[in-house]
Ligand binder design. Structure first.
Ligand code: GCV
Length: 776
């Protein structure tokens, strides 16, 4: 059982030293700066006291007071700061700091004031040990005089180095550009937030991928497709006049992890986004995001020249269509000079596209690319195309078959944006075979940060291991080590334009992401976009330390729980390579969902499981759809043979008898059941772990997580029971020894349906009105 938090003990006012009073005031100010929930009548946090209430708004940028002995150590390295224009000691002759540099300076002060209880002194020169000097050689003559070699840092990298300046020990946070300084500032603060020594630093870092983009699937009516954190972050109706503080705090959070691009609206786009009315609103948002190094991009429908431009066609080879896009793009750049470009979902799930005019995807992409090129804009053209070219026998093949023949035909400023797997953000898929297969095309990876198929708002599923698995997948196209990360960062084929996208999980909820642990997925995406080689475990640890506590009694079990959480979800939802077994809402089990009532077959579960009396799994070998041949010869041989195929992907590639023996010696049927049980056990264990951790964190975030884990345990049991009930009705095999039979009948599970779920497109109930039972 969770232990109650001990009440905060505060000595009477008369016994508190004046210094402590000053400290408290500074802490309170820093705390409130980021939107903390300290009430006027509550006392500010003290180091020894129980953690104050928190609502998650401050994410991983909490900057709460550091305990001793770290505080003394850090203060010795943060006595004063010298920036481009120190307050109270204005430099003469220096250029006025840019908004980005001002943001870096403000962040340094905010961070150090919160963490150390007092802001370092602003100075024009280095006058004592422990100074921090930040800027670029252009913004700071003092920094220029150090003659640091910044060449290799490029346009966004930074250097943090302990050095001697004007006879004193100092830390330089330096970069070629102001955004590099801001990234360096966040990296420096991260060291303190995670209790790393800062006395002898020599750190250089620069991003491996150029465009690190969050894709918002936010609609102009305020809803968010597949969003589980309330409404849209963007309040279109009050833009451009009202610029909510949330926009700035969002930008700060993104910049702190290196995100430098934001697609503001849903890929299921509306042409209204390109009207002057909305472009004015977009420009206002771009103005906020720009200071934090973030460009805006827009999703646009391919048919916009028809719907908005009143042309008769959107044919990419029609000069009038080209002229229309050219003019529209020029209009956008007049309003937003650093506009990033377009994201396009074409010929997919009902969206219009070039195939409507019998043109290729490349011809469609190049139409937009030509319009954007004079302005240095880019096109992110999605490969998620599966409706028009047939292939109902295996949807997994379709993107490859459509795009692979077009390799080399896309303009230089086009990136083909490829989801990590060939179907759709499942708990586990093999990597998408297009990675490595288009050496003459810029390819970018699309990951899903929002957990559409992974328990949505409530389940704790840390996606770091999934992202890591996707990035480290070895395509073998140029021998061992030809990983998806190396395709994405351009090091495999040497293309200069590189990018990665994550479908955002951010909304209007006070805690931004619907749950505290969902914040970790935003964090992990940004960190991996900056450096795809970072281990997911290290990212989890950083996040836990910054978000909750540095107490190792808290950090170790929570990191362990996070690291096991994705595999747990795979186990209780879709083990052994199964996929798409969800109900229509993409939440909860629906393995019985079969084509009916006009629903396309490849939107149903039975299409993917292919479970029958003989066995289960989708034969994608040469005897089946032969999708396996889309992989390199090395992998095709490995995946194509059930004996060598990784068991985690077995049923993705093979249809096997229920009695097929796995390496463990268990039959396939027994193993399936054991995986479901293991998944449930893992969630129970997570809940148990969490129940011991209340002493270490604030009550509000503790409680929310505890409640959500209780929901997840129910959901895991529901998945397990419903899946076993269904598959047993087909396998007709007894349960392995020790496995409990599902408490309800299959009919009972089939009758259950959640009519309304957040994030589902439209407002239609998922089921007709009925007396819905509660599954057990
Ligand atoms: C934005 C899946 C989701 C859709 C989403 C689509 C896509 O099909 O269920 O909501 O649409 O992917 O990625 O375009």
């Amino acid at each position: 059982m969770p232990r109650p938090i001990s009440p905060m003990r505060v000595p009477p006012e008369s016994r508190r030293a004046p210094l402590a009073r000053g400290l408290c005031a500074a802490m309170t100010a820093a705390y409130l700066l980021m939107g903390g929930t300290a009430r006027a009548d509550s006392l500010p946090p003290t180091v020894a006291a129980a953690p104050p209430a928190e609502d998650g708004y401050r994410l991983w940028l909490r900057y709460v007071p550091v305990e001793q002995p770290w505080r003394s150590r850090y203060r010795a390295s943060a006595s004063e700061w010298v920036g481009a224009e120190p307050e109270g000691a204005a430099r003469t002759g220096g250029a006025a700091p840019s908004p980005t540099l001002r943001a870096a300076q403000a962040e340094l002060l905010r961070g150090l004031s919160g963490l150390l209880g007092a802001a370092p002194r602003a100075a024009a020169e280095v006058t004592e040990d422990g100074a921090i000097l930040l800027g670029t050689p252009r913004s700071s003559a003092l920094l220029a005089s150090l003659r640091l070699d910044l060449h290799a840092l490029g346009a966004e990298g930074y250097l943090i180095r302990t050095t001697t300046i004007q006879g004193h020990r100092a830390t330089a946070i330096a970069a070629n550009t102001d955004i590099g300084v801001l990234y360096g500032t966040f990296a420096f603060l991260r060291l303190l937030e995670t209790r790393k020594p800062i006395g002898h630093l020599d750190i250089t870092a620069s991003p491996k991928i150029r465009r690190r983009v969050l894709d918002h699937w936010d609609n102009l009516n305020g809803t968010v497709e597949r969003g589980y954190a309330g409404d849209s972050l963007w309040k279109w109706e009050t833009l451009p006049e009202h610029l909510s503080q949330r926009y700035t705090d969002y930008a700060r959070a993104c910049a702190s992890i290196g995100i430098n691009g934001v697609v503001l609206n849903n890929v299921n786009a509306t042409p209204f986004i390109l009207t002057p009315l909305y472009l004015g609103k977009v420009a206002a948002l771009a103005g906020v995001l720009r200071s934090y190094g973030i460009r805006v991009y827009l999703s646009v429908p391919f048919s916009t020249p028809v719907t908005l431009g009143k042309l008769e066609s959107a044919d990419p080879l029609d000069p009038r269509v080209q002229a229309w896009w050219n003019a529209k793009v020029a209009e956008i750049y007049r309003a937003i000079p650093d506009f990033g470009g377009f994201l396009m979902k074409a010929n997919s799930e009902g969206q219009p596209g070039p195939e409507d005019y019998h043109r290729t995807q490349a011809e469609g992409a190049n139409l937009l690319a030509r319009a954007l090129a004079p302005h240095q804009g880019i096109v992110m053209w999605r490969a998620f195309v599966y409706t028009t070219s047939g292939h109902s026998e295996d949807r997994a093949r379709q993107a490859y078959d459509t795009f692979r023949p077009l390799d080399g035909k896309f303009a230089d400023n086009v990136l083909v944006q490829v989801k990590n797997g060939p179907i759709d953000f499942q708990p586990r898929e093999p990597f998408h075979p297009l990675f490595g297969a288009m050496p003459h095309t810029n390819l970018m990876l699309e990951l899903q940060v929002t957990k559409e198929y992974l328990g949505q708002r409530t389940s704790i599923v840390y996606l770091g291991p999934l992202f890591e698995e996707a990035l480290r997948a070895d395509t073998w196209v140029r021998g061992r080590g030809s990983t998806v990360a190396r395709v994405t960062d351009g090091s495999l084929y040497g293309e200069p334009l590189t990018a990665i996208a994550g479908v955002a999980n951010i909304g209007s909820d006070r805690n931004w992401c619907g749950s505290i642990f969902n914040q970790a997925n935003w964090y992990a995406f940004g960190r991996l976009a900056w450096d795809p080689d970072l281990p997911a475990r290290r990212i989890a640890e950083e996040w836990v330390r910054m978000t909750f506590s540095n107490d190792r009694r808290f950090v170790a079990p929570v990191v362990k729980m996070m690291m096991g959480s994705r595999e747990a979800a795979v186990d209780y939802m879709t083990p052994l390579g199964l996929a798409s077994q969800m109900a229509g809402t993409h939440f909860g089990p629906g393995p019985w969902m079969a084509p009916a009532g006009g629903i396309p077959a490849d939107w149903t579960s039975t299409y993917y499981s292919r479970a029958d009396a003989a066995g289960i799994g989708f034969d994608r070998t040469a005897t089946g759809s032969n999708a396996v041949a889309q992989y390199s010869a090395h992998l095709a041989a490995q995946y194509g043979n059930a004996a060598t195929c990784p068991e985690s992907l077995l049923l993705w590639f093979h249809h096997l008898s229920w009695d097929y023996r796995l390496r463990s010696g268990h039959t396939l049927w027994d193993s399936l059941v054991l995986h479901y049980d293991r998944g449930v056990a893992s969630v129970r264990q997570a809940r148990e772990t969490w129940s011991t951790l209340s002493p270490y964190i604030d009550a509000e975030r503790y409680r929310l997580t505890a409640d959500f884990l209780a929901i997840q345990e129910k959901d895991a049991e529901w998945w397990r029971n419903a899946s076993i009930a269904y598959f047993q009705s087909i396998s007709h095999r007894p349960l392995p020894a020790g496995a409990a039979p599902p408490p309800d009948t299959l009919a009972h599970y089939e009758a259950f349906c959640i009519p309304y779920l957040e994030g589902s497109p439209g407002n239609r109930p998922a089921c007709p009105p009925a007396d819905v039972p509660v599954p057990r």
